[in-house]
Design a protein around this ligand. Structure first.
Ligand code: URA
Length: 261
């Protein structure tokens, strides 16, 4: 059915299925994007049917993502594969796939949660207010985008910047794991609880995780050393926590210097 012919309740249902659970701002409610010849498994189902169908759709999308990743050996190919992957509904509402930025040979990988409005518009991670703060944080320990690689657990912006759903993270995680393997960093610095919980597979709070070293097992048998700290967006809202973030960054810098000498 053409988007223009949908009833208001069908449009609302489409948004519910896409994971939207609140409205914000005063932007008029848009029609779902027109998707040509590409079935979206959950569109057109009742919400209850969609819920049980969703588990199946998520599990087959995860398997599909894992199968795709198995065959990929370069970051460029992974980027193309993510861009053409249709198993995550977030892609339908996003303007860009936001894959990664920086130096693919970097010793350090920074991982955030998901693109925001600016990143979605431009197609590059951390280019909005949080990104400017991240740039300053990195420069405080003599790092820039030339020295690090930056990505997110999700390559598509969740509508209204809502917290990603577990199902969305699960579907995109195989791509992140492959991206980590291909960058092959010695260190991973995770920004915020949501990304830390996904990468480290825990449910701990960021206050509990920060300040300690963790390990991430890469597929080449080596381990990356991992620190988790506050998300820059949180620090913009809570500047009093900057000292803790600063101490986490220094911990990273000290370890990198020690292991470089
Ligand atoms: N917040 C994130 O977690 N990632 C971005 O790319 C931008 C904001």
């Amino acid at each position: 059915m053409e988007a223009e012919n949908l009833t208001l309740s069908q449009i609302l249902e489409w948004y519910v299925c896409a994971g939207v659970d609140e409205t914000c701002g005063d932007v008029p409610f848009a029609l779902p994007p027109k998707v040509e010849d590409k079935p979206i498994p959950i569109v057109g189902l009742g919400v209850r049917q969609a819920t049980s169908g969703l588990a199946q759709a998520v599990s087959s999308a995860c398997q599909n993502a894992r199968d795709i990743c198995e065959k990929i050996n370069t970051l460029d190919d992974l980027k193309l594969a993510v861009e053409s992957f249709d198993g995550c509904a977030l892609k339908m509402t996003a303007a860009h796939t936001v894959f990664g930025d920086g130096n693919p040979q970097a010793r350090v990988l920074f991982i955030g949660e998901a693109p925001g409005a600016d990143e979605d518009r431009i197609g590059v991670p951390f280019v909005g207010r949080s990104g400017h703060l991240l740039d300053k944080m990195m420069s405080a320990i003599d790092l820039s985008r030339k020295d690090v690689y930056i990505c997110n657990i999700l390559p598509w912006r969740p509508p209204g910047n809502r917290t990603p759903l577990d199902s969305e993270v699960a579907v995109c995680l195989p791509f992140l794991h492959r991206q980590i393997d291909l960058v092959d960093p010695e260190y991973i610095f995770i920004l915020g609880a949501s990304a830390a919980n996904s990468v480290l597979n825990t449910a701990d709070t960021i206050s509990k995780m920060r300040g300690k070293w963790f390990e991430y097992q890469k597929s080449n048998g080596k381990k990356a050393k991992v620190l988790a700290s506050f998300h820059p967006a949180y620090m913009l809202r809570t500047p009093g926590q900057k000292a803790k973030s600063w101490s986490d960054l220094l911990r990273l810098k000290t370890k990198m210097n020690e292991e470089n000498s």
